[in-house]
Design a protein around this ligand. Structure first.
Ligand code: PRT
Ligand code: ZN
Length: 226
């Protein structure tokens, strides 16, 4: 990515739960893209705009570092990366431009259904499997609970049954995954939806003009489908 380019660069998730709706929103705002499955970069044919398609976890850092101008990412990932970068003294500022009407979910703590649960203090000294260690730690610390974050990178929901953890902290939307794994949701620690974010430093006048045109269009598209 050329930082001096006059083309506005927008990072979106390459493939996953936010990809389709991210592209659909930008298309509804009038940007034309031809996407080639294998390519990282997609140029708009009718605007000086490029899409950078990456893993969602990389989007906040790319925006915070000013490598890209805008990003579409879940607030859960944004907040986790912000806390992580804050703790490691990396740049962690972004401008939040809009909350978007997709990607809704919550980050929750769940325990096996056969376990009695009287409140968060019951997790003191327990192992909790998660891929969101900073959000979890933040929540526990504020409540004076010192749990042992068991950081797993995948299949968090099977951790209790596999004897790897006492509880989990994972994203939930319908609750079907918890149910299928014999887990019950006990604490909602973070509510999330997709967000449009912008790098902290001001944009060039040319790029700012595109953003000024984009935002009312997003509002219009979202209002129309409310
Ligand atoms: O490859 P990459 O790193 O880009 O993708 P990823 O696998 O990390 O993310 P992906 O595509 O699964 O999710 C992207 C974003 O979508 C998340 O960061 C959230 O902001 C949002 N989102 C919304 C969700 C869900 N809903 C969701 N239900 N992300 C994940 N899930 C998973 C959850 O982890 C659990 O495994 O779905 C399962 C639970 O769903 P229910 O319906 O059974 O409750
Ligand atoms: Zn991810």
């Amino acid at each position: 990515v050329d930082k001096n380019s006059q083309r506005l660069t927008i990072a979106i998730q390459k493939s996953g739960r936010l990809s389709k709706e991210s592209i659909a929103l930008l298309q509804a705002c009038g940007f034309k893209f031809s996407l080639h499955e294998a390519r990282l970069l997609a140029h708009s044919s009718n605007q000086p705009v490029d899409l950078l398609r990456v893993r969602d976890d990389d989007i906040p850092g790319l925006v915070m570092d000013g490598v890209v101008d805008l990003g579409l990412v879940g607030e859960n990932v944004l907040e986790e990366v912000r806390l992580e970068r804050q703790a490691t003294q990396l740049a962690c500022k972004v401008q939040r431009l809009r909350a978007l009407d997709f990607g809704q979910c919550r980050l929750s703590i769940a325990v096996p259904k056969e376990e009695a649960y009287g409140g968060i203090q019951d997790l003191d000294g327990k192992r909790i499997a998660t891929t969101y260690p900073y959000l979890l730690q933040n929540y526990l610390q504020q409540r004076g609970v010192s749990a042992n974050n068991a950081i797993l990178t995948g299949s968090v929901e099977v951790a209790p049954r596999a004897g790897l953890a006492d509880a989990i902290c994972d994203l939930v939307s319908t609750g079907a995954t918890l149910e299928a794994n014999g887990l019950v949701e006990k604490e909602v620690i973070f509510r999330s939806q997709a967000q449009l974010i912008q790098r902290p430093e001001p944009l060039s006048a040319a790029k700012q003009a595109i953003v000024d045109q984009l935002l009312p269009r997003i509002d219009g598209v979202q209002m129309a489908r409310e």
